[in-house]
Design a binder for this molecule. Structure first.
Ligand code: ATP
Ligand code: MG
Length: 711
C-alpha cells in the first residue's frame, strides 16, 4: 500500500490520528497521498470504511476518488462533494427536523430572481439577471444576508453589477418567494444542513456517530459556508485531514479563501503538517517556470509558496512565441498541435488553455481548418452560444432584407453593416465595465464583428449574405462530431487536470491579467491562474501572445507582465525585437540606478536587464552560468561565520546573487571585485581581502584564522 509513495506522502498516509494538513504544490500527488491514507487506514483496521467522509469540489473529482479508493480496496468509503454530502443528510433528516418531505430543489434560480426583480420594479436584461443571480450566490456562500450586502460590497470593494441597494432588495424578495413556494436552491442545501446541525444536537450527534474521519481535497478553495458545515460535522473532534495549495486559489471571486488552509496550524496546534514538494507531473523545465512565476507572487498565499522539485527526466524548454496577430497565433498553435499529433502525442493529451471562453472561437476555427478534433470543456461551443445564435438570426434577417445599402458605400461596408445589426443585440464599440455575463455576451458579439472585419479583408466587396454563408459553414465545420479531441478550456476549468502538452494562449496584458482585475489581490489571483495553467503540463508547454488583434492591425499589445524576467533573454529573442519585429517589451531601462554606466546587459546574451536580481548576477537567470560551485559553497560558509560574528543576517554581508556573481567572475584583484554589483566601496574595504583570498583558493578556515589574527 505504501510502496507507491515517497517518504512525505507516506507520512501523510500513516498519520491516521489527529489533524493533518498537507500543503502540497501542484502535481505533487496530493490526491494520491490522501486516497492511500484512507486505504491504508482501512487495511490497518484503524478506519472503518463507512465512518470516513472524503470531500472534494467537483463531481468529477469525487468520482475519480471513488474509483481510486475502490482500486485500493477501500470501496466502502464515501467520496462526495460538499453539496452532495449535505443533500443526502438533509433528505434523511428533514422529516425529523422539519416534518414532511424536503422542499423541491430549484433547478435554476434565474426565473425566480427575475420575478423578484419585477416585484421590486427593477428592470434587468438577461445578462444583468445572470450577474445579479451570481451575486446572490456569492452572498449566500459568504453567509451575507440581504440587509448586509451593501456594506459588505463597500468593504470588500466588490464590483457589483447593479446598485448594491437594489441587489439587496432583489435578494431579499427572492428569499421570500422561495419560502412562499416551498422551494430551496443549491446554496440552501448547505445553509439548511448547517442550520439543522446547529439547532438539533440529537441530529448532529447522529451524524457525528456515523462519520468519524474527514478528508478534504482542494481545501484552498473552501468557502466560509463549507467550512462551517465541516466544523459542524466534526463537533469537538479534530479527526480531519486537509490537502491544498494556496498558490492555486483561483475561486476567491466566488467567496473561497485559502485562509482556512493557511491558518490550520493555528486552529489545530497539534496538527501534523506535511509539505510535499516533489513534483511527479512535470519536467524540470516546466517546474522551473512554475517556480519562477510564484517567485514573483505577492500576498498571503505567496508567503506560503513551496518551491517545487521535479522528479522527471528533463524535457523540452517551454517555448514562447510572439505572433503578429490573433489568427496567426491560432493557426500557428493548430499547426504545432498537428505536428505533435503526427509525432505520436494523442489528441486527448493536448490542451489549449485561455483566460475567457470567448477566446475559444478563433481556436475552434483554426483546429477545424487544420482537421484536428477538439472538445470544449466548461463552455458551449461558440456557435452554440445563445447570443451567437441570436446574432446569426439577426444577420440572416438583415441579409434577406438586402442589407443596409447606405452603409455599403462606406469604405468598410460589411463590418459597418454587421456592427449596425449587432448593436441591436447589445454590441457597443467599447466593452461594458466589469466582468460577468454582460461582458461575456459582449465578447461573443465582438468576436463576430472581428470575424466580419477579417472576412471583408480577405474578400473585399463581400456581402452580408456571403458572410452569413461563411458563418453557416464555420458552424457546420465546428460541429463535426469529435471523439478523442484536443481540449479547449478556460484556465479555471483546467484545475486539477493534466496533459502531455499544454498551449497557454493569448498571454497579453488585458487578458492575463484580465483588464478588470484591478486590485493587487485580483492581480495576484490572475497570476495564480497562470500558475495553474503552467502546472497542467507534463512535458510540452507553449506560451504565446499576439501583438495585434487582427492582420494589419496596430501592434499595440504587450505580452503579459507575469512573463517579465521569465521569458528567456536569448539573443535570438532580443534580436528579433531589435530587427523590427517590434513590440517586444523590454521594460524601462533603470537609468537612475545604472547612472552613466548605461543599461545593465546580460553578459551571456546581451539582453537589457531590468530585474534587480538579474542585474546583480549580470546575466539572465536562464542564461547558462559558468559559476564555480565549490567556490560558491566556500563563500557561503565564510559568509555564515562572518554574519554571525558581526551579529547581522547573512545577506548584510553579501546577498546570494552577489556571491554567485563573485563565484562566476572569480575576481583576481580588488579592482575586479569592485565592479561586481552589490560589492561597493564599504564592503570592499571590510570583506575584500577575505573574499579575494577565498577566490585565490584559500580555505575558509585559513581566511577566518587570518581575520582573527588581524583582530
Ligand atoms: P494538482 O495540484 O494539480 O491537483 P495533485 O497534487 O493533486 O495536483 P496528483 O494529480 O495526485 O497531484 O498527481 C500528479 C501526477 O503525479 C499524477 O499523474 C500521479 O499519478 C503522479 N504521482 C504522484 N505521486 C507519485 C509517486 N509517488 N510516484 C509516481 N507518480 C506519482
Ligand atoms: Mg489534485
Amino acid at each position: 500500500m505504501l510502496d507507491g509513495l515517497d517518504p512525505e506522502q507516506r507520512e501523510v498516509a500513516t498519520a491516521l490520528h489527529g489533524p493533518v494538513c498537507v500543503l502540497a504544490g501542484a502535481g505533487t500527488g496530493k490526491t494520491r497521498a490522501i486516497t492511500h491514507r484512507i486505504a491504508y487506514g482501512v487495511r490497518a483496521g484503524i478506519l472503518q470504511p463507512t465512518s470516513v467522509l472524503a470531500v472534494t469540489f467537483t463531481n468529477r473529482a469525487a468520482g475519480e476518488m471513488r474509483g481510486r479508493l475502490r482500486q485500493l480496496g477501500a470501496g466502502g468509503v464515501q467520496a462526495r462533494t460538499f453539496h452532495s454530502a449535505a443533500l443526502r443528510q438533509l433528505q434523511y433528516f428533514w422529516p425529523k427536523a422539519v416534518g414532511g418531505d424536503l422542499p423541491r430543489l430549484l433547478e435554476r434560480k434565474v426565473q425566480l430572481v427575475a420575478e423578484a426583480a419585477a416585484r421590486c420594479r427593477i428592470r434587468l436584461d438577461r445578462n444583468e439577471l445572470r450577474d445579479v443571480t451570481s451575486e446572490i450566490e456569492w452572498s449566500k456562500v459568504t453567509q451575507t444576508v440581504p440587509a448586509d450586502y451593501p456594506a459588505v460590497v463597500a468593504k470588500t470593494q466588490r464590483d457589483a453589477p447593479r446598485d448594491p441597494a437594489e441587489i439587496s432588495q432583489i435578494y431579499a424578495t427572492y428569499e421570500e418567494l422561495k419560502r412562499d413556494r416551498s422551494v430551496i436552491d443549491f446554496e440552501d442545501v448547505l445553509l439548511l444542513t448547517v442550520a439543522i446541525l446547529q439547532d438539533r444536537h440529537d441530529i448532529a450527534d447522529h451524524v457525528r456517530r456515523q462519520y468519524q474521519h474527514f478528508v478534504v481535497d482542494e481545501y484552498q478553495d473552501v468557502s466560509p459556508l463549507q467550512q462551517r458545515l465541516l466544523d459542524l460535522w466534526l463537533g469537538d473532534r479534530d479527526t480531519l485531514c486537509v490537502v491544498g495549495d494556496a498558490s492555486q486559489t483561483i475561486y476567491s471571486f466566488t467567496g473561497a479563501t485559502p485562509d482556512h488552509l493557511l491558518n490550520f496550524r493555528t486552529r489545530h496546534p497539534h496538527a501534523t503538517v506535511v509539505k510535499l514538494v516533489r513534483d511527479y507531473r512535470s519536467t524540470p523545465q516546466v517546474v522551473h517556470l512554475a517556480n519562477g512565476l510564484l517567485g514573483q507572487a505577492r500576498g498571503r498565499a505567496a508567503e506560503h509558496r513551496l518551491e517545487l522539485v521535479s522528479q522527471r527526466e528533463p524535457g523540452p524548454e517551454p517555448d514562447y512565441t510572439e505572433y503578429a496577430d490573433e489568427p496567426s497565433e491560432a493557426e500557428g498553435t493548430a499547426r504545432r498541435i498537428r505536428d505533435l499529433i503526427a509525432a505520436g502525442v494523442p489528441a486527448g493529451e493536448i490542451a489549449v488553455l485561455y483566460r475567457v471562453n470567448s477566446q475559444s472561437e478563433v481556436y475552434e476555427q483554426a483546429l477545424a481548418d487544420a482537421g484536428v478534433p477538439y472538445q470544449l470543456r466548461g463552455a458551449e461551443r461558440f456557435f452554440e452560444r445563445a447570443e451567437v445564435r441570436e446574432a446569426g438570426v439577426a444577420l440572416r434577417g438583415a441579409a434577406r432584407a438586402g442589407g443596409n445599402d447606405s452603409l455599403l458605400d462606406d469604405a468598410e461596408g460589411l463590418p459597418a453593416e454587421v456592427r449596425a445589426v449587432l448593436s441591436t443585440k447589445g454590441w457597443t464599440s467599447e466593452p461594458p465595465a466589469g466582468s460577468g455575463a454582460v461582458r461575456d455576451r459582449w465578447e461573443s458579439l465582438a468576436a463576430l464583428v472581428r470575424l466580419a472585419e477579417d472576412f471583408e479583408r480577405a474578400r473585399p466587396g463581400a456581402t452580408l449574405s456571403d458572410l452569413v454563408a461563411e458563418l453557416d459553414e464555420r458552424a457546420a465545420a465546428q460541429h463535426a462530431p469529435t471523439v478523442q479531441g484536443v481540449t479547449l478550456a478556460s484556465l479555471h476549468s483546467a484545475k486539477g487536470l493534466e496533459w502531455e502538452a499544454v498551449f497557454l494562449v493569448g498571454l497579453t496584458e488585458g487578458m492575463m491579467p484580465i483588464t478588470y482585475a484591478k486590485t493587487d489581490e485580483q492581480i495576484e489571483e490572475e497570476r495564480r491562474l497562470l500558475y495553474v495553467g503552467v502546472t497542467r503540463a507534463r512535458l510540452h508547454l507553449s506560451l504565446s501572445w499576439s501583438l495585434a488583434r487582427s492582420p494589419g492591425g496596430r501592434a499595440g499589445r504587450r505580452p503579459s507582465r507575469f512573463l517579465n524576467g521569465l521569458r528567456p533573454g536569448s539573443v535570438s529573442f532580443a534580436a528579433r525585437g531589435a530587427a523590427g519585429g517590434g513590440g517586444i517589451e523590454r521594460g524601462p531601462e533603470p537609468v537612475a540606478k545604472r547612472g552613466r554606466r548605461g543599461p545593465a546587459r546580460c553578459r551571456v546574451c546581451g539582453r537589457t536587464l531590468t530585474d534587480a536580481g538579474e542585474m546583480k548576477l549580470m546575466r539572465c537567470e536562464d542564461c547558462p552560468s559558468d559559476m564555480d560551485e565549490a567556490l560558491y559553497e566556500r563563500l557561503r560558509d565564510w559568509r555564515a561565520v562572518r554574519a554571525k560574528e558581526i551579529g547581522q543576517p547573512a545577506y548584510c554581508v553579501f546577498t546570494d546573487k552577489t556571491l554567485m556573481a563573485i563565484a562566476e567572475a572569480v575576481p583576481g584583484s580588488a579592482g575586479e571585485l569592485a565592479v561586481i554589483s552589490g560589492v561597493g566601496a564599504r564592503k570592499l574595504g571590510r570583506f575584500g581581502t577575505a573574499v579575494l583570498a577565498i577566490c585565490a583558493g584559500e580555505t575558509v578556515e585559513e581566511v577566518l584564522g587570518e581575520a582573527a589574527d588581524e583582530v
